[in-house]
Design a protein around this ligand. Structure first.
Ligand code: PSV
Ligand code: MN
Length: 424
């Protein structure tokens, strides 16, 4: 289904006076408000194809009604999100969950909804029906070259699907690791992974990037072969200029200083992409900004500092994506909330007085430095983000509009109660 522009306009008319008052008030205190609004309008966060259905936990999955049952319906769902917020203009496909069988048709549908294709993701963490060799003991790091070869071939196939739709990056996340001391030879596992990635890298088109995602734990709990940013960076450096590290916010040990990791990866020119989510304990895959909004702000503070120093365009220089799982809320509403939280953190980080912060740091003025950061963080920028949305033709309050128009009921009427989306 497509959201009628009229509905958005009617919704905006209801709230325009209140919005103008709030925005006018805030804008008075922001010296360079126009370029900030432009940046906010340009900043897009890709939606993963596997997050449009209800996710599950290790103990069960409670599917929601009206889930997208096909890739076409998933693209339509992203189209709805993008119509509501004009900030979700791309989809990231996971293969083989979402194979673009008729790539021309899929591309045309996406283009009609102003949706592009973000990184394609390979999947060697599950065995597929009819697959010759099992990934039970890993994929690219496997002791058996036949298994490694199968996983390499899968990644090359994923690149080809990506080429067909116009993606420009491959994200590799490996569930390769061990759960018991002695199970693996760490060095052999790492060397096998490197050699396998080198094979995949050879098939990467010139204008593509390879994102090497790391994760400290899960599904294995003693070691992960690409377990942290050091291991990922080591691989990216050995692979070459098209290889980068990808940071998923849920993939660190508790209390890791992710903003510092981001800062150093940018310094090395090796930060490629981001998976946004939030967590309390582990890879909880909760709504971005729902648990630790200050951390999200601090990460954006480093991102902006690093991107500006390296002359990287905020909107297009890195791959921005949500990677969350929706077990309790409607996935579409949850995604709207995540995008909003990300944009709020980005907007707040754009407000940081960088010259004053630098001065405070040079003078070891700890109090001043904290005041500067917290001043920006405590600014209520919701009307600023809403103004950017309004100027792009989106809804002033996307979640409210989703609920008001009973969008999920309309999707249920179209798709039925029992559709189940592919994904985890
Ligand atoms: C693994 O936990 C991960 O973050 C990777 O990005 C996967 O591709 C994704 O989640 C979906 O399972
Ligand atoms: Mn991820």
């Amino acid at each position: 289904m497509i959201l009628d522009k009229q509905i958005i306009n009617q919704h905006n008319n209801q709230f325009i006076d209140k919005h103008k008052r709030a925005f006018g008030h805030l804008a008075q205190d922001i010296p360079n408000v126009e370029p900030i609004i432009e940046k906010l309008q340009q900043f897009q966060i890709a939606i993963p194809s596997w997050a449009l259905g209800t996710g599950g936990t290790r103990f069960g999955r409670f599917s929601g009604p009206g889930e997208p049952g096909t890739l076409e319906q998933k693209i339509e769902d992203v189209g709805l999100l993008h119509a509501l917020n004009k900030s979700s203009g791309a989809i990231s496909l996971h293969i083989p969950w979402d194979i673009p069988k008729d790539s021309e048709k899929i591309k045309a549908l996406a283009a009609s909804l102003e949706i592009g294709f973000d990184a394609v993701n390979s999947n060697t963490f599950q065995d597929q029906v009819g697959q010759e060799h099992s990934y039970k003991f890993g994929s690219l790091h496997h002791v058996d070259p036949k298994v490694r070869q199968q996983a390499i071939a899968h990644n090359i196939e994923v690149i080809n699907y990506g080429k067909a739709v116009g993606s420009k990056a491959l994200t590799v996340w490996l569930a390769d690791g061990s759960s018991f001391p002695g199970q693996l030879n760490f060095r052999d596992a790492f060397q096998n992974t490197l050699a396998s990635l080198q094979e995949i890298y050879k098939h990467l088109p010139e204008d593509w990037k390879l994102f090497v995602e790391y994760k400290a734990f899960e599904p294995y709990f003693y070691s992960m072969t690409i377990g942290d940013w050091g291991q990922s960076l080591l691989l990216a450096n050995k692979l070459g200029p098209k290889a980068y590290t990808l940071v998923d916010l849920g993939h660190h040990l508790p209390n890791a200083n992710i903003e510092q990791i981001v800062s150093l990866l940018l310094m090395e020119g090796k930060l490629g992409g981001f998976h946004f989510n939030d967590s309390k304990y582990a890879d909880d895959d909760l709504t971005a900004g729902s648990i630790k909004p200050y951390q999200l702000f601090l990460i954006f503070n480093e991102l902006i500092d690093g991107m500006d120093r390296n002359g990287i365009d905020h909107a297009s220089g890195l791959g921005w994506m949500i990677d969350a799982s929706h077990n309790l809320k409607d996935p579409l509403v949850d995604l709207l909330q995540s995008v909003e939280a990300i944009k709020i953190a980005y907007a707040q980080a754009l407000l940081v007085d960088r010259a004053a912060l630098k001065q405070a740091q040079q003078a070891n003025d700890v109090v001043k430095a904290q005041e500067i950061l917290q001043d920006a963080f405590r600014t209520d920028v919701r009307s600023l983000v809403a103004e950017a949305r309004l100027r792009s033709g989106a809804a002033l309050n996307p979640v409210q509009l989703f609920n008001e128009t009973k969008l999920r009921d309309q999707l249920i009427a179209e798709r039925g109660l029992n559709t189940v989306a592919t994904g985890l």
